[in-house]
Design a protein around this ligand. Structure first.
Ligand SMILES: Nc1ncnc2c1ncn2[C@@H]1O[C@H](COP(=O)(O)OP(=O)(O)OP(=O)(O)O)[C@@H](O)[C@H]1O
Length: 276
């Protein structure tokens, strides 16, 4: 079966060869995760090198978001290893006493590995500018004037500079998501985790956010992107991972995954997604 393969960024170049000798920014090995008796991840291994965009695709419930949440210490796992820039992301203790192994690491990790959520999660009692400035000022203790200059520049970059003093409720969903991306970037993270950043938006608003994500990919930001938007995955990814019921069913460069899928499951998934 042939598919109308979305065009990919295969020939646009990814990252300088020299950078490939450093450890991956994110390296997940043989991750297993269950919620009670429900096995959600069954031995998933994924890595993102500096400057790479890795997209996770697959049916609802296949475990994509759980991978991001484990990588960011929002969820524990049963077994497997997660390294951020070569440093283990680990938990310790038993039962309800179990917690991330090292509080300083949680802070470092959340600073360096910013997450953008499907539902934006802006603070409604703060203006857009305050939302973007909050963590660098309060968590990192950076001077407010410096952070404000950076925050305003980021809001300009994502096209909502004029909304700096507005409240989140005054913005469209697409504008709120762009503010959430500016907020993540204001931490000056080394990598971004994007969890279905366009899924909560009407189609016409999705394109505003897609443009911002494409711009970030063109800057060779390291990103793991969970998305149901196959065109976006094809456009921005260096590597695409197709998950099925907690396992990697197929993976490869986007031109292969979308243009020449090897497994019947991926072919079926792509046909169903394109038809939807
Ligand atoms: N906190 C939780 N408690 C119990 N089950 C959970 C929890 N979080 C996720 N799950 C279950 O784990 C499975 C995987 O969820 P996950 O959100 O990772 O999938 P997904 O591939 O991202 O799906 P979607 O595309 O719908 O967001 C689902 O069956 C979900 O219901």
């Amino acid at each position: 079966m042939t598919h109308t393969a979305p065009q990919t960024r295969a020939d646009t170049g990814t990252f300088p060869e020299a950078m490939q000798t450093e450890p991956p920014v994110i390296e997940i090995t043989d991750l297993h995760k269950s919620f009670g008796s429900l096995e959600v991840l069954r031995g998933v291994s994924i890595r993102a090198l500096r400057g790479q965009v890795v997209s996770l695709i697959g049916s609802s419930g296949s475990g994509k978001s759980t991978i991001l949440r484990c990588a960011n210490l929002l969820e524990d796992s049963q077994s497997g290893e997660i390294l951020f820039e070569g440093e283990p992301v680990a938990w310790r203790g038993q039962g309800i006493a179990r917690q991330p192994a090292d509080r300083a690491q949680v802070r470092r990790l959340r600073t360096n590995l910013s997450m953008v959520f499907q539902q934006f999660n802006l603070w409604s009692h703060m203006t857009i500018l305050q939302n973007v400035m909050e963590a660098p000022v309060t968590v990192l203790g950076q001077p407010a004037a410096e952070v404000e200059a950076r925050a305003r520049a980021l809001l300009d970059k994502v096209g909502i500079g004029a909304k700096a003093e507005a409240w989140p409720a005054e913005l469209s969903g697409g504008q709120q998501q762009r503010a959430a991306i500016a907020r993540a970037l204001c931490m000056e993270p080394r990598a971004l985790l994007l969890d279905e950043p366009t899924s909560a938006l009407d189609p016409e608003l999705q394109q505003e956010v897609v443009k911002v994500i494409k711009d970030l990919a063109a800057e060779h930001r390291t990103m793991i992107l969970v998305t149901h938007d196959m065109r976006l995955a094809a456009d921005v990814s260096d590597h695409v991972v197709f998950l099925h019921q907690g396992r990697i069913e197929e993976q490869g460069p986007p031109e292969q995954v979308f243009g020449d899928p090897r497994t019947e499951r991926l072919r079926g998934f792509l046909s169903a997604t394109v038809a939807a």
